[in-house]
Design a protein around this ligand. Structure first.
Ligand SMILES: [Fe+2]
Length: 364
């Protein structure tokens, strides 16, 4: 009797345990299905992404040695992108170790893990970004930026054309100002290049310099070409060219700060400039550079009312007032540059031809 009861109790325990196991099994199956559903969703998402993603695992782990990499995963967009990159780099296949090294080198060279791959034959542009997942595993994302880049290039071309037309307009009215703007542009670009500014900022400085005195088209000719020093009232009128230039350019929808650079090119660090009397860093660096190039060229050129005062006079003036009126670094570079052959506009255009302006495509 006692044994029978014990047996019944055990049977009930086993049944309860079995029910519990069944329940747990059901829950596990449901969880597994949910995980599978999520995985399917991510896989479909990745396979349909325009951006390519793949993961490299470093097998040997030797730093600086002949590291071996394994390509872990990639989507169809990746295959397309990689085959095009392979064509650009001239390498045979995507698993080529050299190709992987190339990508690693680009990543090492690039800022913030991004690099724009460009090819002049296929005219396609890829942005490559990378991120370490673990010490030995890193993920690479490749995005085709061709469409965005083409739009950006069109806008750049429109800006260059517009600035060139404005230059011609000034030329028709006032040859001196037209020539002055070109000389300032060539010098300002050179200072900006030596300063190590981004290509995007250098181009803004160039375009703004080419039109920095566009507002002079609103100044009467007799003042512009007056062979004597200007009377005070005439000088005050001359100063209005800055805001006229700003007004003309502020209607141009551009991603480069042309109008603002033009507005600030007669401001001085100590607040003694015009039209707003901005001080120090209230002025943009672009405007500070244009200001130095403008003063150098103005002193060094013949004016309707006086002959050129010469390069050494211009440099003496800039150095005397550097840090007070003019940006110190810009003056120092301008002084160094005076010992070298000056750039012509052709040199500047050559410089831009060899440059890929990327800042608007991928943030710096
Ligand atoms: Fe000016």
């Amino acid at each position: 009797m006692h044994n029978l009861k014990a047996l019944e109790a055990s049977y009930q325990d086993v049944t309860a345990l079995n029910d519990k196991l069944n329940q747990m099994n059901l829950e596990l199956v449901a969880k597994h299905k949910a995980v599978m559903k999520k995985e399917r969703r991510y896989r479909v998402l990745i396979e349909h992404m325009k951006q390519g993603i793949f993961i490299f695992e470093e097998k040997s782990g030797e730093v600086g040695g002949q590291n071996d990499f394994e390509l872990i995963d990639m989507n169809s967009a990746m295959k397309q992108i990689l085959s095009e990159i392979t064509a650009i780099t001239g390498l045979d296949n995507i698993n080529d170790l050299q190709m992987i090294k190339e990508i690693k080198l680009l990543m090492a060279l690039s800022k913030k893990g991004t690099k724009l791959f460009t090819d002049s034959i296929t005219k396609r542009y890829y942005q490559i970004e990378h991120e370490h997942l673990t010490d030995r595993e890193f993920m690479v994302c490749v995005t085709d930026k061709t469409q965005l880049y083409e739009k950006f290039e069109n806008r750049r071309k429109q800006m260059w054309d517009l600035v060139s037309s404005m230059g011609k307009l000034v030329e028709k009215r006032d040859l001196y100002t037209a020539e002055h703007q070109k000389k300032v542009a060539a010098l300002a670009v050179r200072i900006a290049v030596e300063m190590g500014l981004s290509s995007w900022r250098i181009e803004s400085i160039y375009l703004a310099s080419l039109v920095h005195d566009i507002g002079k088209i609103s100044i009467p000719s007799e003042i512009l070409v007056k062979p004597d020093r200007l009377a005070e009232i005439e000088y005050e009128l001359m100063k209005t060219h800055v805001m006229s230039g700003y007004d003309i350019l502020s209607n141009v929808h551009t991603s480069t700060p042309l109008a603002d650079i033009v507005k600030q090119h007669h401001e001085r660090l100590d607040g003694s400039g015009y039209p707003l009397g901005l001080k120090g860093d209230e002025m943009s660096l672009e405007a500070k550079i244009v200001a130095v190039a403008d003063v150098f060229e103005a002193i060094n050129s013949h004016r309707p009312y006086r002959p050129s005062l010469g390069m050494s006079f211009a440099l003496r003036h800039l150095n005397e007032f550097k840090g007070r009126l003019y940006d110190e670094r810009a003056v120092e570079i301008c002084t160094e540059l005076s010992n070298r052959t000056p750039w012509t506009l052709n040199d500047v255009e050559q410089y831009f031809e060899n440059l890929v302006i990327t800042s608007n495509v991928s943030p710096e």
